[in-house]
Ligand binder design. Structure first.
Ligand code: F6P
Length: 373
């Protein structure tokens, strides 16, 4: 009897998701004769049993389309808001998996999705995942689809900001997505020739950023581009967050953990608007007029790059091969020209951050880029 699989996309949307849905679906149907259905809006669709058959022509014409034809969401199966009440819905998922006679569920997502997929695996479901996110921070994969497209968009933005910063002799601070990981800011900062790159993994001091900008002025360059990650931290912010995180980890009692979590949230909230405040401080300290540009969701929208289409197709077809072989409980990681099936428990709960001595960081420093450290 032919196998039946479900596909869902979860977390933030990412260019290349449709290319991946197409690849899994076409290979599963065409090469292995499987039936394929797609669940709507991430894990919520699986809980509410909302799905569409991915048969006929519906996988055609989507390779180049941005977003996800299935819709997505940030719901967690074990903590889902149902009519205003947070509930564990994993049993409902198991029921729907069984009532649909599924042989596997394919989850396309980032770090959060890997954790949710592991939970479903622990409930006995055949789960397999693909790594997607513009942040490139999923552990144990060379890269994730979505990153290359976002990198192109952010780099293009920095290129465009250069000419206006240069014409007006201004500092332009460009905020790039990435709350915890600085890959996108670092990559775009290098490719777009940013003069200063600020990422969460390398805490910065504003006076060092100003000093780097003033040093450029002394060399006749009276404009600067600062690429700052959403989650970039000053030295004091990084210290405060690290302390509370340590307290949370060491907390013996639930109440202590809750309080630490609340304090972390307050520290995060206090950081909102940090890009504007940084630009204001740089203006004060350097005497150069400053402007900010927040690239935001532009970085996630539109057509996927050729690189992301290729990666999503490679990983998607590998996923169908693994399902046909009966390999489950793994993420299909990109490894060189090929792929590797990495056990989900080695991926979930991990995050691939930029090592401060990463070769990209070293190259950036060697071409004179400042990190504010
Ligand atoms: O995870 C991808 C990402 O784009 C991050 O870079 C960003 O911090 C976050 O999602 C934004 O999430 P949302 O679109 O839910 O506001």
């Amino acid at each position: 009897m032919s196998k039946k699989i479900g596909i869902l996309t979860a977390g933030g949307d990412t260019p290349g998701l449709n290319a991946a849905i197409r690849a899994v679906g076409k290979a599963a149907r065409g090469t292995y004769g499987m039936h394929v259905i797609g669940f709507r809006d991430g894990f919520r669709g699986l809980v509410e049993n909302r799905f569409v058959p991915l048969e006929g022509d519906c996988l055609s014409g989507i390779l180049t389309v941005g977003g996800t034809i299935l819709g997505t969401g940030r719901d967690k199966p074990h903590k889902m808001n149902i009519a205003g009440r947070v509930q564990d819905m994993t049993d409902a998922i198991v029921e729907n998996y069984q009532s649909n006679h599924l042989d596997a569920i394919v989850c396309l997502g980032g770090g959060g999705t890997q954790k949710n997929a592991l939970r479903l695996m622990e409930k006995g479901l055949n789960v397999i995942t693909l790594p997607k996110t513009i942040d490139n921070d999923v552990a144990r994969t060379d890269t994730t689809f979505g990153f290359d497209t976002a990198l192109g968009i952010a780099t293009d933005a920095l290129d465009r900001l250069h000419s206006t910063a240069h014409s007006h002799h201004r500092i332009i601070v460009a905020e790039v997505m990435g709350h915890r990981a600085g890959w996108l800011t670092l990559g775009a900062g290098i490719a777009g020739g940013a003069d200063v790159i600020l990422i969460p993994e390398i805490p910065y001091a504003v006076d060092k950023v100003s000093a780097a900008i003033l040093n450029r002025v002394r060399h006749g360059k009276n404009f600067s581009i600062v690429a700052v990650a959403e989650g970039a931290l000053s030295v004091s912010e990084a210290k405060a967050i690290a302390e509370v995180e340590r307290e949370r980890e060491e907390a013996q009692k639930k109440e202590q953990r809750r309080k630490a979590k609340e304090r972390l949230r307050a520290l995060e909230t206090a950081r909102s608007g940090h890009t504007l405040r940084l630009a204001e401080r740089l203006e004060e300290e350097t005497g150069l007029e400053s402007r900010i540009t927040i690239l935001g969701h532009l970085q996630r929208g539109g057509i996927p790059s050729a690189g992301d289409r290729l990666l999503a197709t490679r990983l998607g077809t590998a996923c169908a091969d693994l399902i046909a072989q009966g390999t489950f409980g793994v993420m299909v990681a990109a490894r060189g020209e090929s792929y590797e099936a990495v056990p989900l428990d080695r991926v979930a709960g991990q995050r691939k951050l930029v090592p401060p001595d990463h070769p990209w960081v070293r190259s950036a420093r060697e071409v004179g880029t400042a990190f504010g450290d």
